[in-house]
Design a protein around this ligand. Structure first.
Ligand code: C5P
Length: 218
């Protein structure tokens, strides 16, 4: 059980969270949900009442939040300034604002540094996000880029959130557009990442394939 860092990137609804958690459990590794960190900062920004388009104010709030996140793949908690926000960060207000907050360069700088510290400390960890293989952990042992058809992604997300499929599809398209066109660290596949289309695959199949890839890499 030596060092092992697995970077899992991809658009919303590609199956990153479920796959990353399962993979971490099967590897006896820690798990870091970087999206939850951007969401928790967004929660704090919304609570502070600052204008979302005012990057300097958003960055200031982000710099002052006491953000804590666990790394247990079987269940981790997120707190912001001592408030448990696990539920709130999945709500429509945060989901609607997170891509704007995540596009602020100072916010990314702050969270990327935190993420690198957590990865170094854990040693064995599966990290999921949008810029893990490209920016946060470019020296990861395995980089995976998960994709799925738009229909499959909307289907999965709407089932998780008990929401309308059409509305979910529109929200995913909106977030993906902001995430992949922002200036700093956009969602992108690292050149050395293995792309895996999960549209027709079950979770177990995806996890098994990733384990195989890790074994091949020694
Ligand atoms: O993965 P999740 O849907 O929770 O991520 C929420 C948002 O956080 C994404 O839409 C994206 O704007 C941002 N994010 C990011 N970089 C990451 C992880 C998430 O910009 N590494």
């Amino acid at each position: 059980t030596g060092r092992c860092v697995v970077a899992v990137d991809g658009p919303s609804g590609s199956g990153k969270s479920t796959v990353s958690r399962r993979l971490a459990v099967s590897l006896d590794a820690r798990y870091l949900d970087t999206g939850a960190m951007y969401r928790a900062i967004t929660w704090a920004v919304l609570r502070s009442g600052v204008d979302l388009t005012d990057a300097a104010s958003v960055a200031k709030v982000a710099g002052e939040v006491d953000l804590r996140i666990g790394t247990d793949p079987q269940g981790y908690g997120v707190t912001a300034d001592g408030v448990t926000v696990d539920k709130e960060i999945r709500g429509p207000e945060v989901t609607g604002a997170v891509s704007a907050v995540a596009a602020v360069p100072a916010v990314r700088e702050l969270l990327v540094a935190r993420q690198r510290e957590m990865i170094a400390k854990a040693g064995r960890i599966v990290v999921e996000g949008r810029d893990i293989g490209s920016v946060v952990a470019p020296d990861a042992d395995l980089k995976v880029y998960l994709t799925a058809s738009e229909a499959a992604r909307a289907q999965r997300r709407s089932a998780e959130d008990a929401a309308d499929v059409a509305a979910t599809a529109a929200d995913l398209a909106r977030r993906d557009k902001i995430d992949s066109t922002r200036k700093v660290n956009p969602l992108q596949q690292a050149p050395d990442a293995v792309e895996l289309d999960t549209t027709a695959l079950g979770i177990d199949e995806v996890v098994a394939r990733l384990r195989e890839l890790l074994t091949e890499r020694g």
